[in-house]
Ligand binder design. Structure first.
Ligand code: TEU
Ligand code: CA
Length: 549
């Protein structure tokens, strides 16, 4: 695997940095912050979609894949960004949304105008007895089929009704997609993130799901591996060193062995979300429960071991633009804000896989705590607020759920300094800034040796200096401990030992192996900590020990 010592930084351009003060972050804003990213030490930036789009789902509804949406800038500005990034040794990964297009895409418009060729680009089906073709649910709420009066049929949309699913069965669709990928390869991009790519292969027969929402019929679908191998062969596989990551929704580990397997020629690595559903009550995102620590450990450990045994590679992450902020979710964003943010960072950066940092995570940005539905912008949050109210929840009860679970928690403006809107924009931001920008911002942390930001820099540089971090095998330890998450990494004569306390309570861990020769190479607490048979851990402590045999 070629990308094991790399670290990737995810940028949500809308909320990163606004250079013309229209309240929306832009490509020029990314270019202006490249020196900051260089300082952080990351190798690639993954930029979420900035293509032409009506922005119903903030750009995941693409109307033209080969042009920049004017709210973000121009193709020339992208080229400038790409040039400046390359100069600094930073690669650019683009976010390709090929499960669906916007209903504003010319293909879909032609389909609506009755052009048979383009109707076959999508999944149009007739209903039965005035009912949609199946009872499948959209991931954003409601039925997954939308009726088109003038065609007398329904089209499938696994997401919003303005995001129509493409028909990958059609070779012309696949060809068009190859052309788009090649267009961007020719512009010199270094890699791609493929949005919900394990949902592209739909079943031959469309039938009702009486057990779930339909996902079991199209998740890791029948031809998925064939499609990915062909995509690889016809596009990025023809060039050296292109890095690719697939976003795998509700996937299985067995499928991930193939998606990212060493000799499979599909993708470099995979995201999965199982470790982030540990606070969903009965698997329902919109029902709250405290996070289940044992379940979190079991999931992380089983994926670590399973993937390494099968020569497959994981993308490691806590945060992205669809997730609440991790320090608010698993840490403590008040009393132990700094310590818990560093502890969580330690875990993700020391596991086997490629770490992804989502903008603002490196300074410990928190959830938004918006207490009024009018402040939310995300289509999913707005739809589910309605659904919860219709279910009989009061406004207070519904807002409590949205406040914890909304994707907007991760979409508030990046906090650069203590100036208006945290230095993101002098205009009115498209989504409100979090009030805590006066304390939590880049400027405050950049020269503070003890800051979360500088701790992340150390985590990144450790990966560059220790082979055991980039390439070692993971050995889970203390698997049933109630407070501690702990593991070893091993390669040849190097060994890394990572010990973390996920709670505020002090605790002890008995080390039942040979503890000689370990030295602490990084900690969010006492850097001179000596390893002992009976090791004491303070609130949210994290220690990284190393030894060479
Ligand atoms: O997300 C896929 C996905 O399933 C998300 O809907 C997310 O996991 C969900 O919010 C959990 O409830 C990708 C993109 O990352 C997301 O921003 C897009 O909205 C979605 O695909 C559709 O393109
Ligand atoms: Ca702007």
């Amino acid at each position: 695997m070629k990308f094991e010592d790399k670290v990737i930084y995810q940028i949500y351009p809308k909320s990163f940095y606004d250079t013309n003060n229209d309240g929306i972050g832009d490509l020029k804003g990314i270019t202006e912050k490249l020196d900051y990213l260089k300082f952080l030490g990351i190798d690639y930036i993954w930029i979420t979609p900035f293509f032409i789009s009506p922005q119903k789902d903030n750009g995941y509804d693409v109307a033209d894949y080969c042009n920049v949406d004017p709210i973000y800038g121009t193709l020339e500005e992208f080229e400038k960004l790409s040039f400046e990034a390359q100069k600094r040794g930073i690669g650019i990964m683009l976010d390709m949304v090929f499960n669906h297009t916007s209903t504003e895409h010319k293909w879909f418009k032609k389909a609506l105008d009755g052009e048979k060729k383009y109707q076959e680009f999508y999944i149009f089906k007739e209903g039965k007895n005035n009912e949609p073709p199946t009872n499948w649910l959209s991931k954003f709420g409601g039925n997954a089929w939308e009726y088109v009066e003038k065609l007398g049929s329904y089209y499938l949309h696994l997401f919003d009704k303005t995001q129509a699913d493409l028909n990958w069965e059609n070779p012309e669709v696949r060809n068009e997609i190859y052309k788009i990928v090649k267009f961007w390869l020719d512009k010199g991009v270094s890699g791609f993130r493929f949005d919900v790519v394990n949902l592209i292969s739909k079943p031959e027969k469309f039938e009702n799901d009486y057990e779930g929402d339909g996902r079991r019929f199209y998740t890791d679908g029948p031809k998925i591996h064939q499609y990915l191998k062909e995509l690889n062969k016809n596009t990025f596989g023809q060039k050296d060193n292109i890095i690719t990551v697939g976003e795998m929704s509700s996937t299985s580990m067995e499928n991930c062995f193939k998606y990212s397997g060493k000799n499979e020629n599909e993708l470099s690595m995979v995201f999965n979300f199982h470790h982030l559903k540990i606070d969903y009550k009965n698997k329902d995102k919109w029902a709250l429960q405290p996070f289940n620590f044992q379940e979190l450990k079991d999931i992380l450990n089983s994926w670590q071991v399973g993937m390494q045994e099968n020569n497959a590679w994981l993308a490691l992450f806590w945060c992205n633009h669809d997730q609440p902020r991790i320090v608010s979710r698993l840490g403590n964003d008040k009393k132990y804000w700094k310590k818990s943010a560093k502890m969580l960072g330690t875990v993700m950066h020391m596991l086997r896989g490629t770490p992804y940092i989502y903008q603002g995570e490196e300074i410990g940005m928190t959830n938004a705590y918006f207490d009024d539905i009018s402040k939310y912008k995300d289509v999913e949050s707005i739809n589910y607020y309605r659904i919860l109210i219709d279910k009989g929840l009061s406004n207070e009860e519904a807002i409590k759920v949205i406040m914890e679970r909304s994707r907007d928690n991760g979409r508030t403006p990046m906090q650069w300094n203590d100036q208006i809107n945290g230095g993101f924009s002098k205009g009115t931001p498209w989504i409100e800034s979090i009030k805590n920008y006066k304390e939590i911002n880049v400027q405050n942390q950049i020269n503070d040796e003890d800051s979360i930001l500088n701790y992340y820099r150390k985590l990144i540089s450790l990966r560059k200096n220790y082979k055991v971090i980039s390439q070692g095998k993971t050995v889970p330890l203390a698997e049933n401990d109630k407070n501690i998450y702990m593991f070893k990494r091993k390669i040849e004569n190097e060994e890394l030992l990572v010990i973390t306390n996920f709670y505020e309570k002090e605790c002890y861990i008995k080390l039942d192996f040979d503890i000689e020769d370990y030295t602490c190479i990084l900690s969010n607490d006492d850097k001179n900590k000596k390893i002992e048979k009976n090791l004491k851990l303070g609130p949210y402590d994290a220690f990284i020990f190393f030894r060479k045999k």
